[in-house]
Design a protein around this ligand. Structure first.
Ligand code: SF4
Length: 315
């Protein structure tokens, strides 16, 4: 939704204050088109989405288009803006990479952790409380964070996701990885997988499925899966470019051009570039994030993923 952010995370690949964002009406058109095309869920992220003053209007448009709404935020503006967003968010994902001042230092936002704690406490008994999730990105900057964050997620009554940091952009040739020096080495990722299994067994709300944790322990580079993600999702950047997930340099389409030409969003799904992306995905395992892998398994109706959907609906 935006590439602007008030945070200063060193692990971020997406912050870009120069980017020209889609205007309100084009975003609303995009969501209406997504609903017509049969898309089920909108995931809004950034940058920091709460920097968009039109966010409530956009989420309302998404709801009216029949989309479930998920919002990913660093939490800084939640207290100030929750009144406008109340009832418009089905799932809220709070980015939390450590606890207390350590988290604030990672984000470059002193006082952030206290704001998040206050928000999580304030919404705990709200009947319109969204499903609350915490997402923790693991890198050399926050070694051991999973065990520190897990009790906080439990106290906030939130599910906990974690992922090894993404180190770069997927290009046609490979992964251009400018942040590779901050990635945890394979042995440490194996140890994280073992920690997550132990935390899950002890009742902490780790949402990673057991097959994912087993894969992470066995194959920390996460290469042993068949990707279905591009069949299940379409990513549109804040600049309006529908991305080819396996080639960041060659977007599939520009939604501004589609709208100006009177074409539906579903036109994207008939483009030769889209079909080539699906074809490449049969053998592509460039992504290491659990959402790509578990979404792929959900697409294949693996029983562990169906259990996980049930688990998510009970949060
Ligand atoms: S692993 Fe999947 S989502 Fe990632 S680049 Fe390859 S096809 Fe796209």
């Amino acid at each position: 939704m935006t590439a602007r952010c008030n945070g200063r995370c060193r692990t971020c690949l997406w912050r870009d204050p120069r980017l020209t964002e889609l205007d309100t009406e084009t975003v609303k058109w995009l969501y209406a088109e997504a609903g017509h095309a049969g898309v089920a869920q909108l995931v809004v992220w950034g940058g920091e989405p709460l920097l968009r003053q039109d966010l409530p209007e956009l989420l309302l448009a998404a709801r009216r288009a029949g989309l479930l709404t998920t919002l990913i935020t660093n939490g800084w503006f939640l207290d100030a803006r929750w009144g406008e967003l109340h009832g418009l968010v089905d799932a809220l994902i709070l980015s939390l990479d450590d606890i207390g001042p350590a988290h604030d230092a990672l984000r470059g936002l002193p006082g952030l952790y206290e704001r998040m704690e206050a928000f999580a406490t304030a919404v705990r008994d709200d009947p319109l409380r969204p499903t609350l999730l915490v997402n923790t990105v693991l890198s050399t900057l926050n070694r051991g964070a999973l065990a520190r964050v897990a009790p906080v997620a439990a106290r906030w009554h939130a599910g906990l996701y974690f992922c090894p940091m993404e180190t770069g952009f997927v290009t046609a040739a490979n992964v251009d990885a400018p942040l590779a020096d901050m990635a945890l080495p394979a042995e440490e990722i194996r140890a994280v997988a073992r920690t997550a299994v132990a935390l899950k067994a002890a009742g902490f709300p780790i949402l990673a499925s057991r097959p994912y944790l087993d894969l992470l322990a066995r194959d920390p580079k996460l290469r042993d899966y068949t990707c279905r993600a591009p069949r299940a999702r379409l990513t549109v950047g804040a600049d309006g470019l529908a991305r080819d997930c396996s080639d960041i340099d060659r977007p599939l389409a520009d939604v501004r051009e589609l709208r100006a030409a009177g074409e539906p969003l579903s036109r994207v799904f008939r483009l030769p570039g889209y079909r080539r992306m699906l074809e490449r995905s049969r053998t592509c395992t460039k992504c290491n994030n659990p959402d790509v892998i578990e979404l792929s398994w959900l697409w294949d109706f693996r029983p562990a993923m169906l259990r996980k959907v049930a688990e998510l609906t009970s949060l």
